[in-house]
Design a protein around this ligand. Sequence first.
Ligand code: IVH
Length: 675
Amino acid sequence: MQASDKAIINEIKALTDLIRHHNFCYFQKNAAEISDYAYDQLVERLVQLEKTYPHFKEPNSPTETIGEKPSYRSPLVHHPLPMLSLAKTYSEAEIVQFVARVKKIAPDLSISFVCEPKIDGVALCIRYESGKLVAIVTRGDGTAGDDITQRALQCMQLPTVIEDAPLASFEVRGEAFMSKASFKAFNDKRKKEGKPLWANPRNITAGTLNALDIDLVEGRQLAFYGYSLYTPKPFLATHQEALAWLAKWGFSTLPIYKVCKDVSAIMTYIHYWAEHKNELPVGIDGIVIKVNEFDQQQLLGATAKAPRWAIAYKYQPETAHSTLENITFQVGRSGVVTPVAHFKPVVLAGTYVSRASLYNAEELARRAFHVGDTILIEKGGDIIPKIVGINLAHRKAAQQPILFPQSCPACATPLYRAAGEAIYYCPNKQRCLPQLKGLLLHFVQRRAMAIDAIGPKTIDALWEAKLVQTAADLYKLRYEDVIQLAGFQALSARKLLANIQSSKARPFDRVLFALGIKHVGDTLAKTLALHFACMERLQQAPLSELLAIPTIGATIAQHIVAYFQDPDQQALLADLQSAGLQFSLQQQAIAELPLSAKKIVISGTFHYFTREALMYCIEQAGATLVTSISAKVDYVIAGQKAGPAKLAKAKALAIPILGEQDFMNLIRYESLSCI
Ligand code: IVH
């Protein structure tokens, strides 16, 4: 073997390992370490080397396998038709070659292409049998993926029954994603709560769909873009028709796809969306060009990895150079310390940016930033800019490395890092200012106690004046206290006090949410309120009772128990109770009850409600629960595994059968907030 051969073998081996490592980070950990562009460059180099030196190719090269491996946590489902990837390029010349290749294979045919957005999300396959949604499966390794039906339905609106399909059984494939607006709202909320931010919509989409603990998924709204329809027997002639059917059935298909007859039309489309992609409600990272006619697609076939009838043109992410000025460390309300890079402002994707989040200590250590470093910043599909490189050639000897602090930047308490976690916490819950102020901000927010008159500035002013240290202090404020604060006049002071007073009517579940108990978000606060009905029962709940609630895992249950055992929190709760906050579910006035005097039968098990909670809700809504079906019954609420005999009898008597969600709508679950 020659020395040059050895070098090539080594490079192939190194690239193969590196790409496998990045596949793992991207698909399994949902935390990419390099940009898509940098990844694609590695793959391209490996493809070139393997083409030139096929005898040195590693077995199972990542150029031939699809990156994602099923997680093995959910049931594995086989894909009868493999879920393939796409050939991709950053070069317009390769699009010209693609069109020429297609035309060569089918020279006598007139060929049209559909150009459509390439959404940067997570590929899913949705199976329908007899017109009913039966399974939602991830791509996995292309041959089998995870069954994530329950989780996906919890955070995505999808047609569960399709009545007018020409074929009863089929698969809809497409991309799950989070819109830019939902992503921004979600991260804004996390910022307020002092939680680390998600890097981009793709990561949160993958994280949500992979989450084991349903609780961690709460409040996350994902969307689904259908891009293919697979039927056992062909019944359509073109991809364009398939997109039209998907739209008709209620799938969102971004209505910007276009049928193009030639390269020039394809290029016009690519250039147009390069300019306008930032205006779309969803992040796109390129354009997919597909042969429109299914017959022609068949003729072209596929490789083991990707079809020959489609290609993705990927937009280069926008990048800019800047100078790193500093890294600050922010403490959130739960004590998490997040490094934030500050650099000289630069324009990226149409906006000025001067800050980038670095997520955690590991990333900071790995990158070894120095003040004054020339850094490369990228803003592609990501909403938050990312630092993707440092130009070490520009680093001067005198520049100082930036290290993660050992103690809290706000209160100097030594930081704590849980085993196996990359996050540092400040444990000083009692005295650390950003944590205390963060908790107050969480407490007053609209979804909590809705004290809109108080924002971050007023919290600062109340704190400075030593008027408020805990949420309970808000209820002790007097007119004389508020009027002395800068910026307050008689009217605004009265308004603020009235706002605090009216917050006492906020329902029990909102109070629970407002407390800021770790992991107790919107939905869990509702579940707890419904299950325990009053604070006292929840305070005394043993771990086992919490664990018996289907959506609560061990970590969350332990946090809840620890919170109620903490003497500081007990004192706070006692103060809030004396202030007159709602510590139990409220009885509605009888006339207002949405199901007054109705008779209801329940059957099966439910996703959101425990049986007790459902019974409680029925009772609170003014209805009576009965056990057997008769003509006197007004509704049947059917869950999973509902008794078939009961359902048949209800149908025979024409009694409306409600699903869990229908029932929630009927009792106006959201607006009544636990009734
Ligand atoms: S078609 C057999 N169309 O990109 C062809 N894919 O890198 C299947 N993607 O795994 C894919 N938008 O999840 C297609 N409009 C689109 C797409 C799209 C995003 C994803 C898809 C695929 C990946 C390929």
